[in-house]
Every structure is written in structure tokens, then in C-alpha cells.
Design a protein. Sequence first.
Length: 68
Amino acid sequence: MTKELFREQKNMVRISLEEMHSRVKALISKYKDLKNENSLLKENVKNLNLKISELKLQNTKSRHGIDK
């Protein structure tokens, strides 16, 4: 193997590693964004469920008030 060929292969490996590193960083960033979005969605679902429970309770109280 000549020195020039070795340098070319070494450079190709370096470029491949840099590309892989860049892709991994992008995936990590995307994962963090999705994790944050998931947390926000869970919080929204929790709040909506609380609101539904409140509305059901109001509806039940209102029905009993009319029935009396």
C-alpha cells in the first residue's frame, strides 16, 4: 500500500466519521425535541382529562338541580 493510497483511505474514513458524528448529533437533537413534545402532549392530555372531569361533575350537579 502506498503512502498516497493510505492517506486517501485515512481521509475517507475521517470524512465518514465526521458525517456519522453529524448525523448522530442531529438524531440526538431530534430525540430531545420529540421528548419535549411528548412531555407537553402528556401535560395537555392530563389537563384535558381534568377539564372533562370538571365538566362531567358540573353536568351531574346541574341535572340534580333540575330534577329536584
